[in-house]
Design a protein around this ligand. Structure first.
Ligand code: ADP
Ligand code: ZN
Length: 726
């Protein structure tokens, strides 16, 4: 018998399978999807078995597979096919596709390391008589006797509880033995939750979802309409049939609350999966799934690849979130992967959002997705009132950061012992440092971007490549003491709010304060327990969090996202502001929202204020139609990149010629231009944008193009189908 093995090799040009002989002692165990050890050149390396066959027509000499890496681990048929689909969608290499689907502890390049965690127990290895004989024979070995007596009373005892010199002696005499028990790092019992009586909206959603048919549904439910309870009920029904479920959430910061809710409802029937887990924890959670010990997986993007068998439902919460698309190779969108698994298993796929992406809404309105609306909040809670504040007017009163209404409402909440949330979508202290005397600004020497000042460390940092330098007292150019900072980051906002309200207890959540493991959870729990009055942070705080005491949400600078030059900035702003506004007034206390802006007449902001998704949708769709953007046209971006400016620039022109020759005439080819992040980490990037409705030549051409660059060591090509930003 022979096996085709896909090997891990850094070069794209070797992304193919090689045939090996299966030695007779492995014939019984070997399966497609397993990792094996094979000789390759002078080395022994890892690979995936992609096919097993009885005969071959190669006539050169074949080598034998050395060993199976892990007998218990195997990508099943569904995941093997999903990998192939991932590859075809993103044009990545086959091996990258399979690697992407695995947690790091199981990726093929890893040496055989053991991630399993054990408890070590000691137990008797001889009969009671033998032990009693020993005790009477050596009455002076008190330490040993103590241990033996303990073991006579208990079947086994944790090794750590016993004294070690005496243990070693007993082990040498073979009177006792060691027993290992594998344990999982994460174990949760949860607490019993009261069963809710479903609202009319919830009941309607449940009645309209058919669990036995393959369909995609959009649940368009306002913030606080109780979508989570609908997900839980659907999963309960699926699990009752002994089928399994995946729930995807957009960010780690969101998993805490939702996972706790799931533990409460499903106990240990849940595995969790996100980048905040350690490699060991992920390994354990993956094992629980492989061993079919859990029915439910809750996690971020990569959880779509977990090997649940007999899948019964997939739910994507906050489906509009951009985190569902991977922004590095392979650039897949989780929705495509979910659609694949939906179809493979003939099951429902549920997309939930208060602010669906335009693409999703368009499909729902066309009837491609089944549309379910949940327009009302649960119980007595009502949507918050939203006030837009013109910061140009406020500036006249020297209110640069906090407007009058925001100030007074923050004070009011503090007095009433209610909580507030402040959103500022920019971390660091200030956004730019310039010299008032000569005009010098600090820029990253490796990237085309200004450095951000972080006051706590005294550093100026590049948010793209991580470059950092210490900020001096004087301007490095003219040596005047004239450095001033402009722009506002979360770090500075924290200091400013403490100045404004010295008695307020303030906590900040952004990429800088959540670097450590468990930091998200810690901040969320402390705020929930009312150890703090004000939570401030970046978009991390905007989604899904549920704090009953929050009655005020302030958006410090709505223009930050609005003014980004990208065709999706309106959609992004609408979603972000609606989401963060939705954090206010989620229980009986009514909520208020203040949005500060220099564009008070902006149409998107007005739609946010009136909580009018459909009005925004129609307006934005008109714009997209005029400009040939999605969902009217598909987009693909093609970038060339190199440390050599000229080389990258020359290649992009060649790419353009190639595309013009090979693509359908209806496809619009824009560019080449410099990419929006033109220089990052000393790498220059140029791009071409394709717009098309249907182009039968597209994938073939892109694949050829990709292959043409395989042997180019100087210039890289990067193809992104359906990029989220340009
Ligand atoms: P969404 O995800 O739509 O923003 P959630 O699912 O977080 O909303 O629900 C908002 C709040 O309402 C939560 O505290 C939840 O426990 C509560 N809730 C949901 N459904 C019900 C119900 N039928 N009866 C009472 N409370 C409910
Ligand atoms: Zn940089």
């Amino acid at each position: 018998m022979y096996a085709e093995v896909l090997i891990e090799y850094s070069s794209k040009s070797i992304d193919k399978t090689f045939t090996y002989i299966i030695p007779s002692h492995l014939k019984e165990d070997i399966k497609v999807g397993m990792k094996v050890l094979v000789p390759f050149g002078p080395k022994t390396i890892n690979g995936f078995v992609t096919n097993i066959k009885d005969n071959i027509n190669e006539d050169y000499e074949l080598k034998e597979i050395v060993d199976i890496v892990d007998k218990y681990f195997c990508l099943n048929k569904e995941l093997m096919e999903l990998g192939a689909y991932l590859q075809s969608k993103t044009l990545c290499t086959k091996i990258t596709a399979y690697q992407t689907m695995l947690p790091s502890s199981l990726k093929v390049k890893e040496q055989k390391s053991n991630y399993s965690k054990y408890l070590t127990y000691i137990k008797l290895n001889k009969s009671r008589e033998t032990i009693e004989d020993y005790i009477s024979k050596y009455p002076r070995r008190t330490k040993q006797i103590e241990i033996l007596n303990t073991l006579l009373e208990n079947t086994r005892v944790l090794k750590s509880a016993l004294s070690s010199p005496a243990l070693n002696a007993l082990l040498e005499e073979d009177l006792i033995t060691i027993e290992l028990e594998q344990i999982y790092r994460l174990n949760n019992k949860g607490i019993e939750e009261e069963k809710v009586t479903f609202t009319k909206d919830q009941q309607n959603a449940l009645d309209n979802i058919n669990l036995n048919e393959e369909n995609t549904y959009l649940i368009h439910g306002v913030t606080g309409s109780g979508k989570t309870e609908v997900y839980i009920e659907l999963i309960k029904r699926v699990v009752k049939e002994d089928k399994t479920a995946i729930l995807l959430v957009p960010e780690i910061s969101l998993t805490t609350q939702i996972v706790n809710k799931f533990y409460n409802h499903f106990g240990n029937d849940v595995a969790i999966f996100h980048s905040g887990l350690s490699a060991g924890e992920k390994y354990d959670e993956y094992l629980k799934i492989l061993r079919e010990e859990v029915h439910i997986v809750v996690g971020t993007r990569s959880a779509i690849f977990t090997p649940l068998k007999n899948l019964g439902i997939i739910i994507i919460d906050e489906e509009h979130s951009e985190t569902f698309k991977q922004d590095s190779n392979p650039r897949y969108h989780v929705l495509d992967m979910a659609e694949f698994r939906k179809h493979y298993n003939h099951i429902p796929l549920i997309l939930g959002s208060a602010t669906p992406s335009l693409e999703t809404m368009a499909r729902a309105l066309k009837g491609v997705y089944k549309y379910i609306e949940m327009p009302n909040r649960v119980g007595k809670s009502i949507l918050p009132t939203i006030q837009i504040v013109d910061m140009a007017e406020e500036m006249k009163r020297y209110n640069t950061i906090f407007s009058e209404p925001l100030k007074s409402k923050l004070k009011d909440r503090l007095q009433k012992q209610e909580q507030s949330i402040l959103l500022l979508n920019r971390r660091g202290y200030s956004t730019i440092i310039t010299c008032k005397s000569c005009g010098f600004t600090y820029k990253c020497p490796h990237c085309d971007i200004a450095l951000t000042y972080h006051k706590s460390s005294g550093n100026l940092r590049c948010h793209y490549c991580g470059y950092a330098i210490f900020k001096g007292e004087v301007c490095p150019e003219c040596h005047e003491k004239a450095l001033t900072d402009y722009g506002l980051g979360t770090e500075k906002l924290e200091l400013e709010i403490k100045k404004l309200l010295p008695s307020a207890r303030v906590i900040r959540m952004d990429a800088d304060t959540t670097r450590n493991k468990g930091a998200h959870e810690d901040i969320i729990n402390k705020f929930k327990n009312h150890e703090y009055d004000i939570l401030l942070g970046t978009q991390m705080i905007s989604k899904g969090l549920n704090f009953p005491l929050v009655t005020l949400v302030g958006v410090i600078n709505a223009d930050a996202t609005l003014n980004i030059p990208d065709f999706r900035s309106g959609e992004r702003t609408f979603a972000l502001l609606s989401q963060v506004a939705g954090r206010a007034g989620r229980s009986i206390l009514p909520g208020e929202v203040i949005i500060q802006t220099f564009n008070p007449d902006n149409f998107t902001l007005k739609c946010v204020k009136n909580n009018d998704y459909m009005k925004f949708y129609n307006y934005e769709m008109t714009n997209r139609h005029k400009l040939d953007y999605p969902p009217y046209y598909y987009l693909t971006s093609i970038k060339t990149s190199s440390k050599d400016y000229d080389a990258a620039s020359k290649e992009i022109s060649k790419v353009k010629k190639y595309l013009e020759k090979n693509l359908d005439k209806s496809t619009i080819i824009l560019g080449p231009t410099t990419a929006s992040m033109f220089k990052i980490n000393n790498v220059y990037r140029f791009q071409i944008i394709l717009k098309y409705k249907r182009d039968p030549n597209l994938f073939k051409t892109l694949k050829e193009l990709d292959e043409l660059f395989m042997l180019n060591n100087k210039v890289n090509i990067e193809i992104d189908n359906n990029p989220l930003s340009l």
